[in-house]
Design a protein around this ligand. Structure first.
Ligand code: GUN
Ligand code: FE
Length: 456
C-alpha cells in the first residue's frame, strides 16, 4: 500500500474563516501525485495509526521536528518584479515623481534580457524564501522579458501569474518607455498570452498570463477596449492599479467623469479573474460593483502608507462581500515579505480606528470598527488571496494544493520566544506571524514539490 505520494505529519495553522484560524495539532496531510491534498487526518481518526504504520519509515513520510509548524504558502497579489532592483529607495517622494524619476527609467532597462534575467531570478527566489508560493506580477512593457519572467517562475517552481504591462498612451508615458503604439501593445499582449499558456503546459504548479493595463493614465481608450476583449477571448486574469493616489484618481475623474472602477468595467476589465491593487479611493458604489463582478481588491498596506497616506477600510469592504487579498507592491512597498505586510495591515487598521488620537476633535479621530486582527491579516495573505484568484490555494484542507511553508521556531539565529513546552498554540501562531524572519522558513513546497530549503 503506497497510495499517497507524500505524507506530512505535524501541526498546521490554516484559516477557517476570515476571522478564525483552525489549529490542526499533529495531523497527517496526504498529498497525491498532482500535488493536491487528498486527505487530512486527525489523530482521533481511525485511519491515523494505519497510515502511520504503513508510511512512517518511508522516504516520502515527513515528520516535523519539535518547534516546527506548517503554514499555507503566502499569496502576494501585487508585485512589480522589475522594481525589486530599487526596493527600499525613493519612498519619500510622491507617486507621480517616483514613477518618472525612478521607476520608468529602471523598467526601461528590461529591454536587456541579461539584466532582466538577473533581477527576475533574484526576485522569484527571494519571494520563495519569504514563503510566497503564488505571486501576481507586473513585468514591464517588453514582451520577451515578460515571457522570461514567466519562464523563471516555471523553472523555480513558483506559481507565477505574469503580466506584460501595457502603456500605449503617447502623451502620458515617456518616449523612452512605452509601447510603440496601440496596435503593437495589443499584438504583443496576445503573443504573450499565447506563449505563457503554452509554457504552462510544461509546469506542475501552473503559470498564468495576466492582461495588465498599468493604470488608466498609461492607456488609451482603444487599448483598454482591446485588452478587455483579449481577457474575454482567452479567459485570462486582469490586473491594474485602481484609485490609488489622489492624483491618479483625479485624473480618471477628469477623463471619464467617473471613478476608476466604473471606467475599467466599461472596458470589460472587471471580471471574476480581476485583481485591482490599492483601491484607496473607492466608494460604496465601486465596492458593490467589485462584489457583483467578482473583482478582488489587493490591499497593499506598506505601499499605501507611503504613496497614498492611506488605510483602506478592510472590514467595511469585507462586509460588502468584496474579495480581498494582500500585496507587497514591491517596490512601492519596500518589503518582499508578506509577514511584514500582515503586520502593517494590522498596525494600519489600528491607526484608522476610532479614538486613536485624543489630540484631535472627536469627529476627526478615525473610523469606528476599522481594526482587523492578526487572524484576519493572515487570512488576507492566504485564503483571501486564493479566493481572489479563484484557485484552490491558501488553505491546508482536502482538495487544496499542497503549497506550504515549514516554520522553525527554534533556529539558533532567529529563535522565537517560546519557552513553555505546553504553550497555547494560538499564542505560538501569533508569535510566528509577528516575529518570523526568512531564517525561520526551513522549507517551501509548491504543488507538492519542495522548491526552497535552508539549513541556517
Ligand atoms: N501606478 C502606476 N504605476 C505604478 C507602480 O509601478 N507602482 C504603484 N504603486 N503605483 C503605480
Ligand atoms: Fe503597484
Amino acid at each position: 500500500m503506497n497510495k499517497h505520494t507524500h505524507i506530512f505529519q505535524g501541526t498546521a495553522f490554516t484559516s477557517k474563516s476570515a476571522k478564525e484560524v483552525h489549529i490542526l495539532k499533529d495531523y497527517l496531510f496526504c498529498v497525491n501525485a498532482s500535488g493536491m491534498i487528498e486527505q487530512v487526518v486527525s489523530p482521533e481518526d481511525a485511519d491515523y495509526q494505519t497510515l502511520l504504520d504503513a508510511y512512517q519509515d518511508k522516504e516520502n513520510f515527513h515528520r516535523l521536528a519539535d518547534g516546527q509548524y506548517f503554514l499555507p504558502g503566502f499569496i502576494d497579489l501585487h508585485v512589480h518584479a522589475p522594481q525589486w532592483a530599487q526596493s527600499g529607495t525613493a519612498l519619500d517622494i510622491p507617486l507621480y515623481d517616483w514613477l518618472n524619476t525612478y521607476t520608468f527609467p529602471l523598467e526601461s532597462k528590461f529591454s536587456d534580457l541579461d539584466f532582466a534575467q538577473q533581477v527576475y531570478q533574484d526576485v522569484v527566489s527571494t519571494l520563495l524564501a519569504n514563503g510566497t508560493t503564488t505571486a501576481l506580477y507586473f513585468a514591464t512593457v517588453h514582451k520577451e522579458a515578460s515571457i522570461l519572467l514567466a519562464e523563471i517562475c516555471a523553472n523555480q517552481g513558483q506559481r507565477g501569474l505574469v503580466g506584460k504591462v501595457v502603456m500605449d498612451h503617447l502623451e502620458n508615458n515617456p518616449e523612452y518607455y512605452r509601447d510603440l503604439d496601440t496596435q503593437t501593445a495589443l499584438v504583443d499582449t496576445e503573443d504573450f498570452i499565447i506563449a505563457v499558456k503554452e509554457l504552462a503546459k510544461s509546469t506542475k504548479q501552473g503559470v498564468y498570463p495576466v492582461v495588465t493595463p498599468r493604470f488608466i493614465p498609461s492607456c488609451t481608450d482603444a487599448s483598454l477596449q482591446g485588452l478587455g476583449e483579449l481577457a474575454a477571448k482567452y479567459d485570462t486574469y486582469v490586473q491594474s492599479h485602481c484609485s490609488e493616489s489622489d492624483w491618479a484618481h483625479g485624473y480618471v475623474q477628469d477623463r471619464f467623469n467617473k471613478n476608476d472602477a466604473f471606467a475599467l468595467n466599461d472596458f470589460g476589465l472587471l471580471r471574476d479573474k480581476s485583481v485591482m491593487a490599492h483601491c484607496n479611493f473607492i466608494n460604496d458604489d465601486d465596492a458593490d460593483l467589485f462584489a457583483r463582478t467578482g473583482t478582488a481588491v489587493c490591499h497593499c498596506p506598506v505601499s499605501n502608507a507611503y504613496f497614498a497616506n492611506s488605510v483602506i477600510p478592510i472590514a467595511h469592504l469585507q462586509a460588502k462581500n468584496v474579495e480581498i487579498g494582500l500585496g507587497s507592491d514591491i517596490s512601492g512597498g519596500f518589503s518582499p515579505s508578506l509577514f511584514d505586510n500582515i503586520r502593517q495591515a494590522v498596525i494600519s487598521s489600528r491607526m484608522l480606528e476610532d479614538g486613536v488620537n485624543p489630540a484631535l476633535p472627536a469627529e476627526d479621530r478615525g473610523v469606528p470598527n476599522s481594526r482587523i486582527t492578526i487572524n484576519e491579516a493572515f487570512y488576507l495573505a492566504t485564503a483571501g488571496g486564493g479566493e481572489s484568484l479563484s484557485l484552490p490555494i491558501g488553505r491546508l484542507e482536502t482538495n487544496y494544493v499542497w503549497d506550504v511553508q515549514i516554520i522553525d521556531t527554534t533556529v539558533a539565529t532567529a529563535k522565537l520566544p517560546i519557552y513553555q513546552a505546553d504553550e497555547n498554540l494560538h499564542d505560538v501562531f501569533q508569535k510566528i506571524l509577528y516575529l518570523a524572519r526568512p531564517e525561520n522558513i526551513r522549507e517551501v513546497w509548491v504543488q507538492g514539490k519542495k522548491v526552497h530549503s535552508r539549513t541556517v
